[in-house]
Design a protein around this ligand. Structure first.
Ligand code: UDP
Ligand code: MG
Length: 310
């Protein structure tokens, strides 16, 4: 019998975690338990509320629940990595605890795997319940991501997906510290089936994202998967040098034919500031990459487990 692992990163999800467990049992496990063994692997990402104690209660009633608890909050990426490293399934599902990922889709995913796909992943059909500006920015993000790197992250792609063991092993081979899973999932390749899901509101509790963290996330994604920004400074440099040469020739000709002009204060100050600005931006971009290298070179663990209940 094949085993399905369901990996659920949880951070401060006390309000929804029991409901999640109920739903996953009623809508999925009841329907597949004759065909598959299963485990539900909850990763408590250093929750500060009662998430962990509620998980332990749930574990008492269902021995197929496993819990890994981090020593602090390491972030969802680390939680997913820990889940992938510690799961035992032949088929592995990653999903959120807040029921934004409809559990019944897992049945559809199993069908996809049976059709011969290695991965079945979900994409959002719409972005209901999200602000226009967030919507616009995230579309731009996918465009930049696609334009600047070879990996194609599908518009609206989510972390909610099912993978065969082989794919999980491939993902675990990518040991980078700065993990941008959307990119990693697409980077490893394999035959992928996309299924659409409608956007659901969170069942309870609140999202851990705000505008700035999303912005940072987008920046991380681009830096992790593309060296394009580094090339921007070369292009900017070339354009500015070209302008300087043209202006220089113009000034030379003017001086030769019309005599010396009184140099303009405004144009001097503007060009100095402009060049200064461009240089600082370039150094800034460079620093982002150096900072990433610094963190990678330290080679720290991606998470620390405080408690593991199998
Ligand atoms: N999560 C986590 N660690 C964090 C933040 C979030 O494990 O530091 C989990 C969270 O419990 C949820 C999932 O990641 O199961 C998605 O989080 P959230 O709903 O806040 O993100 P959104 O759905 O708004 O993208
Ligand atoms: Mg959510």
């Amino acid at each position: 019998m094949q085993k399905i692992s369901i990996i659920v990163p949880c951070y401060n999800e006390e309000e929804v975690i029991e409901l999640f467990n109920e739903e996953i049992h009623n809508k999925v496990i009841e329907k597949i338990k004759n065909e598959f063994e299963y485990e539900v692997l909850f990763i408590d990402d250093g929750s500060k509320d009662k998430t962990l104690s509620k998980l332990k209660e749930m574990k008492k009633k269902d021995e197929n629940i496993r819990i890994i608890s981090f020593s602090r909050n390491f972030g969802k990426e680390s939680a997913m990595y820990a889940g992938l490293e510690n799961c035992q399934g032949d088929l592995v599902v990653i999903m959120d605890a807040d029921l934004q990922h409809p559990p019944e889709k897992i049945l559809e995913m199993i069908e996809g795997i049976k059709e011969g796909f290695d991965v079945v992943t979900t994409v959002r059909k719409d972005r209901k319940g999200e602000s226009k500006i967030r919507n616009l920015l995230s579309r731009q993000f996918y465009r930049i991501m696609h334009g600047s790197s070879k990996v194609e992250v599908k518009q609206g792609a989510q972390d909610f997906r099912m993978m065969k063991r082989q794919v999980v092993d491939a993902i675990l081979e990518l040991k980078e510290y700065n993990r941008f899973s959307k990119g990693i999932f697409s980077w490893v390749g394999f035959d992928t089936k996309y299924i659409e899901v409608t956007n659901h509101e969170r069942a309870a509790g609140k999202s851990k994202w705000n505008f700035f963290s999303l912005f940072r996330y987008a920046k991380e994604g681009i830096i992790s998967f593309s060296t394009m920004p580094l090339k921007i400074s070369i292009i900017a440099g070339l354009i500015i040098s070209a302008i300087a040469i043209i202006l220089g020739i113009q000034v030379l000709i003017q001086t030769l034919y019309q005599g010396q002009d009184v140099p303009g204060y405004a144009s001097t100050i503007i060009s100095v500031l402009f060049i200064g600005g461009v240089q600082l931006i370039s150094i800034g971009i460079l620093s982002e990459y150096i900072a990433k290298m610094y963190m990678e070179i330290k080679n720290r663990p991606k998470y620390i487990i405080k408690d593991k209940i199998d």
